[in-house]
Design a protein around this ligand. Sequence first.
Ligand SMILES: [Zn+2]
Ligand SMILES: [Zn+2]
Length: 133
Amino acid sequence: MNLFKGNCICGAVKYQLNSEPRLSFLCQCRQCQRITGTGHSAEFVALGKDTLVSGELKFYELTSDNGNTLSSGFCPTCGNPVLKKSSGYPGMLFFHAATLKDPGVFKPQQVFWGASHQPWDYVNPDLEVKEQA
Ligand SMILES: [Zn+2]
Ligand SMILES: [Zn+2]
């Protein structure tokens, strides 16, 4: 059974992966800081075609620190950010790990955008940090 399934706070948006995530990571870029309201996002990546998403997501477009167009998908009812798309990674969905039914299955492998790390934000020091994405 695949443990990578989750939902927004109100439950209107649900998703399920049909494969293991391609990558799990933390991102300290400014956009992730704004979207999550804290020092970094916690995300896992899957191909859209390996994923089932049900319910309506609303997308807000912003420009990433390396110039890609990011679409931040959130539930219009409860406002919970659930996933993102990036013009730099067509066909991929970037899910926010805390929306998982069991967030304990999330195992970050790497930290991106250490260049915009905030001095009050602490992550596992064993993880490799990349200055950018
Ligand atoms: Zn919701
Ligand atoms: Zn980011």
